[in-house]
Design a protein around this ligand. Structure first.
Ligand SMILES: Cc1ncc(C[n+]2csc(CCOP(=O)(O)OP(=O)(O)O)c2C)c(N)n1
Ligand code: SF4
Ligand SMILES: [Mg+2]
Length: 293
């Protein structure tokens, strides 16, 4: 979450949030869109580079930390979340983002995801989902569609893919959204809302791999997009509707799919601290009452 004090106008332009290191992503890779969107989000929120931290694992997408001027750490495969959570606990005033790919998040790193969701630490996790392992040259990932041909599923994948949005809602994440790297303006709105959310925000960005899936991936996704903002009746606080939207087969809904107010990990930690310091115990339930919508 960003406080009003932090959101004062800053003279840092979106371009100035870039580190100057030239990305080695393939021309046309969806991850360029995410990098550009993040720079615009920081600019819009008036966050200075020294007020932000970004952590990643390993993968093409995980390289994003090196391309931003904020504090950052390109860590080991699958470990973006625990490192980001630890950093937020140590420096709660800084804005913390964890970022990476579908393999990093849902293969080797999947053990961390449910706990990050249910813990509700005030931070944002952006998964650049291209349905494949890009860096290691096109192997099957946990989000690869059933039947997809990859270097490790030459006759089609026989595994049912993980649905990251269903998983996040099921694991009690308090902000769950989807964006598409082919629409940067919309992605900027979605990531901004995620950072402004008080608690753990998860954003799945559909970010095509033009090299190992092909240029068609952009067009296929674009033709299936449905913008939740265009539906005045959609209520992101309604969990059953969110599950339904997450599980659609004939279209891809983007925007804020689910959002709920809930005390953060730090809010509850503060109550525990107060209880430990005084004999008069305050119940955690009182805090939950404050956040009930
Ligand atoms: C412990 C460990 N196991 C395996 C690897 C090899 N490896 C590097 S990146 C990667 C998968 C990357 O896929 P994804 O997270 O989807 O990122 P993308 O490249 O698609 O953006 C793998 C398996 C590694 N670096 N470390
Ligand atoms: S291999 Fe795919 S994911 Fe990696 S940089 Fe190239 S297009 Fe992007
Ligand atoms: Mg990937």
């Amino acid at each position: 979450m960003v406080t009003t004090e932090q959101a004062v106008k800053q003279p840092v332009t979106p371009e100035e949030y870039k580190s100057g290191l030239k990305p080695v992503w393939c021309p046309g890779c969806g991850d360029y869109g995410v990098l550009n969107a993040l720079c615009q989000v920081y600019h819009r929120l008036g966050l200075k580079p020294e007020e932000t931290m970004i952590f990643s694992g390993i993968g093409c997408s995980s390289r994003i930390t090196g391309y931003l001027k904020s504090y950052g750490f390109n860590s080991v495969h699958g470990r973006a979340l625990p490192i980001a959570m630890g950093a937020k606990l140590a420096r709660p005033k800084l804005n913390v983002i964890a970022a990476g790919g579908d393999g990093d998040a849902f293969s080797i790193g999947i053990g961390h995801f449910p706990h990050a969701c249910r813990r509700n630490i005030d931070m944002t996790y952006i998964v650049m989902d291209n349905h494949i392992y890009g860096l290691t040259k096109g192997q099957l990932s946990p989000t690869s569609p059933h039947d997809m041909l990859t270097t490790t599923s030459k006759f089609g994948s026989i595994e049912t893919p993980i649905n990251p949005i269903l998983l996040a809602i099921g694991c009690q994440a308090t902000f769950v959204a989807r964006a598409f790297s082919g629409n940067i303006k919309h992605m900027v709105d979605v990531i901004t809302k995620g950072i402004e959310h008080r608690g753990f925000s998860f954003i799945q960005v559909l970010s095509p791999c033009v090299t190992f899936i092909g240029k068609d991936q952009f067009l296929i996704i674009k033709n299936l997009l449905h913008y939740l903002e265009d539906d005045p009746d959609y209520d992101p606080s309604h969990r059953t509707s969110a599950f339904h939207v997450a599980d659609e087969k004939d279209r891809i809904s983007v925007g804020v799919i689910y959002q709920k107010k809930k005390p953060t990990y730090m809010d509850q930690l503060e109550i525990l601290r107060q209880n430990a310091a005084s004999k008069k115990k305050k119940k955690l339930a009182d805090l939950v009452e404050i956040f009930r919508p």
